[in-house]
Design a protein around this ligand. Structure first.
Ligand SMILES: *[C@@H]1O[C@H](CO)[C@@H](O)[C@H](O)[C@H]1NC(C)=O
Ligand SMILES: *[C@@H]1O[C@H](CO)[C@@H](O)[C@H](O)[C@H]1NC(C)=O
Length: 186
């Protein structure tokens, strides 16, 4: 009996399942004319992809766990990240400068970087695209951030589709959920 109840309990969503508030609504997704003020707030790193996995793997420069995004008064976008250096959780704030284009930002770091919003519903997820140019070398990085620390497969599928549009297969994707060793150090 107890087992049966437990089974029912899990079936009804007492386990690590997703609530209806976390269902992907394709109609809520925007792909242009972004309201960057609505992008501000708390985010979690869910997945990243790159055509050079060195950047996002363990010890990679861009293996960064997002905490918060601020939309600054001058239109720039400030990211608050955590990452691990020699076993310590380090806080980094990175400001991407606004450009002429809506949803597009830039920063000089290891060459030139262009950051673009690919799509978002503001409420649950956002996908960013970063294009780095360093001398002759071009590198692409995509990131899926969620308002919640875990996301249902529908969002991961959405991310895979976005990656494919930039020529990245699912083999170029790494999942960061539960990889955040600074999780309790928000
Ligand atoms: C990948 O990135 C690393 C680190 O920046 C670099 O050393 C390496 O040459 C890159 N590989 C390719 C194929 O561009
Ligand atoms: C916008 O403000 C931030 C924070 O004060 C600053 O770092 C950045 O350089 C400013 N950008 C421009 C274009 O003035």
């Amino acid at each position: 009996m107890a087992l049966l109840l437990l089974g029912l309990g899990l079936g009804l969503g007492w386990g690590p399942s997703f609530t209806s508030a976390q269902i992907l609504n394709p109609q809520a997704i925007v792909q242009r004319n972004y309201n960057m003020a609505r992008v501000a707030g708390t985010w979690y790193s869910i997945s990243m992809a790159s055509d050079n996995l060195t950047w996002v793997q363990e010890h990679g420069d861009l293996r960064l766990f997002v905490r918060r995004i601020e939309h600054l008064g001058n239109g720039s976008l400030k990211f608050n990240f955590r990452f691990r250096v020699q076993g310590e959780c380090v806080i980094v704030a990175v400001v991407f400068e606004r450009t002429e284009k809506n949803g597009e930002f830039s920063i000089a770091y290891q060459g030139q970087n262009k950051l673009q919003v690919v799509e978002t519903d503001y409420r649950l997820f956002i996908i960013f695209y970063l294009h780095n140019t360093q001398a002759e070398r071009q590198t692409q990085v995509l990131a899926l951030y969620g308002r919640n620390p875990e996301m249902s497969p529908a969002f991961l599928n959405r991310f895979e589709q976005a990656c494919r549009r930039y020529g990245l297969s699912s083999r170029a994707i790494i999942h960061l959920t539960s990889q955040d060793r600074c999780f309790y150090n928000r």
